[in-house]
Write a new protein. Structure first.
Length: 264
C-alpha cells in the first residue's frame, strides 16, 4: 500500500486538520486546499502524528495564510512556555541559577504571546510536547544554546508572519508580529550572553546587523524544531520525555510580570 493510500484509508489526521482549521475560521475552500496539500505532503515525507502532520501541511502550500501563521505560532509559543517552565524548575543549584529571573520573565512573555494569539482566534494544534533530554543537558548546560537556536527560529517565524500579514493588508497583525519579534530577539541576545558566562564562550551576544530570514514557510520552522528532537503531540527523534503545557507561569511560580504585557 502506498503512503497516499494509507492516508486515505486512515483519515483521522486529515479530519483533525480540518477541525483545527475550522476552529480558526478558515474558509471551507481554503480548508479543502490545505487538506489536499496535507495528503500530498504526507505521501512525500511519511505519516506524522496528528499535530505534527497538521503543522507541516498547514504551511506546505504555495504560501502561508493568516490562519497557518497564527496556528503554528500559538503552538510554538505553547512549546516555549513548556520548555521554559521546565528550565526554571530545574535551574536551582546549577550554573543557570543566576539567570532564573531572566528565564521567568521570558516565560511569562511567551505566555502572553500565547494568550494574545489565542484572543485572535488561534488555537494550538497540541499542548503535549516531546522535549529531548539534550535540549537542557546535564545541569542545564545546554539550556541557553537551545534557547538561542529556538529564538532564532521564532524571529524567523514572525518575519514570515509580518510578510503574510502585510500581503493581506492586515496592518495591526503585522505590527503585533513585530512587537512579538522584538522580544524574541531580546531573548536570543540574553541567551547568547548567558552562554558566555556559563560555558566561557567568547562571542558577542548582539552579533547580527539584521535578523535572519532563512526559512520562508512555517512548515520549515516546524521541520527545524523536529530535526532538533522536539515532538508535537508525538515522540521526537531524540531521547527525551513528554511534557504537558503547564499554563500560566505566574500561577505556578515559574514566571514574573513584565512591562507592556499586551500589544499596543
Amino acid at each position: 500500500m502506498s503512503e497516499l493510500e494509507r492516508i486515505e484509508s486512515n483519515p483521522d489526521d486529515l479530519q483533525y486538520l480540518d477541525n483545527v482549521l475550522g476552529d480558526v475560521h478558515t474558509s471551507k475552500q481554503t480548508r479543502l486546499g490545505l487538506i489536499k496539500h496535507a495528503m500530498v505532503g504526507a505521501a512525500a515525507v511519511g505519516v506524522f502524528g496528528p499535530a505534527s502532520s497538521a503543522l507541516a501541511a498547514a504551511g506546505a502550500s504555495s504560501g502561508d495564510s493568516i490562519d497557518t501563521v497564527v496556528t503554528t505560532a500559538v503552538t510554538a509559543e505553547a512549546l516555549a512556555v513548556t520548555v521554559l517552565t521546565a528550565a526554571v524548575k530545574t535551574s536551582p543549584g546549577t550554573k543557570a541559577a543566576p539567570f532564573i529571573p531572566v528565564l521567568k520573565s521570558a516565560n511569562y512573555t511567551e505566555f502572553r504571546h500565547y494568550q494574545v494569539l489565542g484572543s485572535l482566534g488561534a488555537k494550538p494544534l497540541t499542548t503535549k510536547f516531546w522535549i529531548p533530554n539534550a535540549a537542557l543537558g546535564a545541569g542545564n548546560i545546554n539550556l541557553f544554546k537551545t534557547i538561542e537556536a529556538a529564538e532564532t527560529l521564532f524571529v524567523n517565524a514572525y518575519l514570515i508572519g509580518i510578510t503574510t500579514f502585510a500581503k493581506a493588508k492586515k496592518d495591526s497583525l503585522a505590527r503585533y508580529a513585530g512587537e512579538i519579534l522584538g522580544t524574541e530577539a531580546e531573548h536570543r541576545v540574553l541567551a547568547r550572553y548567558a552562554e558566555t558566562v556559563i560555558n566561557g564562550l567568547k562571542h558577542v551576544p548582539n552579533n547580527l546587523g539584521f535578523e535572519l530570514y532563512k526559512f520562508k514557510s512555517m512548515a520549515a520552522i516546524v521541520g527545524e524544531l523536529e530535526k532538533a528532537g522536539f515532538g508535537f503531540g508525538k515522540q521526537g527523534a531524540s531521547p527525551g520525555a513528554f511534557y504537558d503545557f503547564p499554563g500560566n507561569p505566574l500561577k505556578n511560580g515559574t514566571g514574573s510580570g513584565v512591562l507592556a504585557p499586551a500589544p499596543a
